[in-house]
Design a protein around this ligand. Structure first.
Ligand code: TNX
Length: 546
């Protein structure tokens, strides 16, 4: 009887500990040398740091504890005698990719060490996943040892704020979601046909005119802005600086995207002189009509790909370089994303000037002209000490010498670029487009197809067609959130959770640690966290499986 009791207690305890230690993304190694032993974190616990470098991680931890459990750790420089402490220090570890950390919980308290301040932040993220998901509950932590490190250097999420606009407060929340999943790049899609969202002081009309769409067309999708009311918004430079600083405290780099030469309708509505045909009205998608009389160029109100793109003139390059100058001042990232996707060549074909340019520069065709366009911008951006990223269309007509390619139309673009010894960020639509539906039947209007969480989880960023050396050019991957059909914050959360949990494991965890059944078990705990954090998420995966 006693044996049975002990056995049941052991099973109950291990299940409890297994659930409590269900960390996502899964750490490289985790062990329990003293099962049953635990350490209680409370207001008497001091946190010891010997460098201000980790202050933002300590602040993050303290804010989390304060918000959810109502107390704060006292910060000290020396360990007080006889009491458990949280001790944080930098230790050299041998990992190729920055972010490795060690987290120990034992009778002395919690010891965190890592190879960089970012490592400490990741250790804090793992630690808070061990906390209860009940407000004001005691924080009782099992003794354990975690040795962890990321698999990929680039772990990204993208957000399109052009098709629908999201407030600074929400963008910060979004950055927090990345932080909770140990992601480290936020790709901010700031310009597109339906709205220019970044203040550029030299060209105020970009946001005054390009930042808003007016509701005057009928007969198409019910996107915001075609209900007769203006729709839009933009971020001031001050707000952008604030967001970038907020992200930096979470070890997240913000990469801005300024679209060119296509997806430029909003910019051209503000400054038609940079179009090949400044006097032509904005073209409307098939099946739409203006309810009033159309004059000039308009910010697009519906979704799609439009022919009115930037004219590759000296004036346009001057304008875009001015824009880039201001962008560089706001974003310290080494990368500036210059788009390059879905730029129809129709207007360049019709334009005498473009045809002349093709001859003058001995270009093969309009694709050659796009390559010329991108290479000129790259040269300029490189001269400022930054690098460009472009969507995989920048491969067409010849890749710019130092460009990093984002492979979105499948993996082929990435494979091709890696073989050419260019860095690659994988973002293939069929695996990591979170604007796709994750349920069948779809629970709301989505675009692009069906990409459930199992598919995301099964994604392998290094394609089979590459050898080891070529594989090193794959910096990592990113999920994209295009917002044509995502008009509010609730739906953003719904579309990204829990697929973001699967993405984090694809990008952070060791390949040998990837196991769907194990992930599914841990995901239940992640759902409890999502509930605790007040996030909207799709609950379907379990019903899909069972
Ligand atoms: C293609 S992905 C686009 C976006 C759309 C998206 C919809 C890419 C580089 N371009 O402009 O929003 O499809 O899924």
């Amino acid at each position: 009887m006693y044996k049975l009791y002990c056995f049941l207690l052991f099973v109950a305890l291990s299940t409890f500990v297994a659930a409590q230690t269900s960390i996502i993304p899964k750490p490289k190694e985790m062990s329990f040398s003293n099962p049953g032993g635990n350490f209680t974190l409370n207001s008497g616990t001091a946190v010891i740091i010997r460098s201000t470098q980790y202050q933002s991680s300590v602040d993050y931890l303290n804010n989390y504890i304060q918000k959810n459990f109502g107390f704060k750790l006292k910060q000290e420089r020396q360990a007080p005698k006889g009491k458990g402490v949280v001790e944080i220090r930098i230790k050299n570890t041998k990992s190729d990719i920055a972010g490795a950390y060690i987290l120990d919980i034992n009778k002395n308290g919690i010891q965190i060490s890592g190879d960089s301040p970012a490592s400490i932040f990741y250790a804090v993220q793992s630690l808070i996943q061990l906390f209860p998901t009940i407000k004001d509950a005691s924080i009782i932590l099992p003794y354990l040892h975690i040795a962890d490190e990321p698999r990929f250097a680039y772990r990204g999420m993208h957000l399109d704020v052009s098709r629908h606009f999201f407030s600074v407060a929400f963008v910060k929340n979004y950055i927090d979601y990345l932080a909770l999943h140990k992601l480290n790049y936020f790709h901010w899609h700031l310009t597109d046909d339906q709205g220019w969202r970044i203040e550029i002081k030299k060209y105020p009309k970009l946001t005054q005119i390009g930042g808003f769409r007016n509701g005057t067309i009928t007969g198409h999708f019910p996107g915001n802005g075609n209900d007769g009311k203006a729709y839009g918004g933009f971020y001031t430079q001050e707000e952008i600086r604030d967001v970038v600083a907020y992200a930096a405290k979470r070890y997240i780099t913000v990469i801005p995207e300024i679209e060119m030469p296509g997806h430029a309708s909003a910019a051209l509505a503000a400054y038609p002189e940079y179009s090949c045909f400044p006097d032509e009205n904005t073209e409307l998608p098939k099946g739409t009509i203006w309810s009033g009389s159309q004059t000039g160029k308009q910010v697009q109100q519906t979704w799609g790909v439009f022919n009115d793109v930037f004219n590759p003139s000296e004036e346009t390059f001057g304008f875009l370089q001015d824009v880039i100058d201001e962008v560089i001042q706001l974003f310290p990232a080494k990368y500036i994303h210059i788009g390059g996707d879905e730029s129809p060549k129709d207007n360049w074909k019709r334009s005498e000037f473009c045809q002349q340019l093709i001859k003058e520069h001995h270009l093969k065709d309009e694709h050659g002209l796009q390559s010329y366009f991108v290479q000129r911008m790259e040269k300029y951006i490189n001269s400022k000490g930054r690098k460009i990223i472009g969507w995989d269309e920048i491969l067409e007509g010849g890749l710019a010498p130092n460009a990093t390619v984002m492979s979105w139309r499948g993996e082929q673009g990435g494979v091709e670029a890696a073989k050419l010894k260019h860095n690659v960020i994988m973002t293939p639509g069929e695996y990591v487009y979170f604007d796709h539906s994750q349920n069948k039947p779809e629970d709301s209007l989505t675009i692009g197809g069906y990409t459930n969480i199992q598919k995301v989880y099964a994604y392998e960023p290094v394609p089979k067609g590459l050898n080891v050396e070529e594989g090193r050019f794959i910096l990592g991957a990113q999920a994209n959130l295009w917002t044509e059909y995502i008009a509010n914050e609730d739906k953003v959360q719904y579309q990204i959770f829990p697929r973001m949990a699967a993405l984090s494991e694809v990008l952070w965890s060791q390949k040998s640690n990837r196991d769907w059944a194990d992930f599914e078990f841990r995901l239940k705990r992640q759902f409890a966290r999502y509930e605790f954090w007040g996030l909207n998420y799709s609950k379907l995966p379990f019903s899909v499986i069972s």
